[in-house]
Design a protein around this ligand. Sequence first.
Ligand code: SF4
Ligand code: SF4
Length: 193
Amino acid sequence: MKFLNKVGDYAKEAVQAAKYIGQGLSVTFDHMRRRPITVQYPYEKLIPSERFRGRIHFEFDKCISCEVCVRVCPINLPVVDWEFNPQIKKKELKSYSIDFGVCIFCGNCVEYCPTNCLSMTEEYDLSTYDRHELNFDSVALGRLPTKVTEDPFVTPIRELAYLPKGVMDGHEVSHTERRAGQTPEEIIEANMN
Ligand code: SF4
Ligand code: SF4
């Protein structure tokens, strides 16, 4: 009788263990059919959405040194260095800089600049070993922005903006499902034309 009880307990435990293993494997198999959400940076990069607020681009020749960008900036960040030229009775811009180690990328300066000489690019690779290198002068700010879709060494990856309309969780989306925005291939093709 005692032996039979032991066999019964053993069988119950074996069934319980099999149940737990089954539960664990069901999670594993479920993940196998999901899209990976990790990005193999820097070989793969996310394509920023259309209104992404990245590194600011500045056009020196268009700036009238009005300092509106400084006044609307929550931390008065842009440094506008100008001199008054009495001959032409106008301010002359000497240098302009923004420290991206401090900037919060709110976009106020871009929005309020009266001559539209500031714009937000889709550049987000701003890491450096020395934070002082993030203080961009007018030359660095004037460099044309790079694009993820134009870099031959990078595989562009979709992000939230490219999921089907109304979907926020990329886990449940299959590769074949139609996206709301353009696919990376379509964006590359559009850029090349
Ligand atoms: S983006 Fe915002 S924080 Fe950065 S410089 Fe412009 S106004 Fe200032
Ligand atoms: S708001 Fe525009 S034009 Fe005025 S100082 Fe700033 S960047 Fe120059």
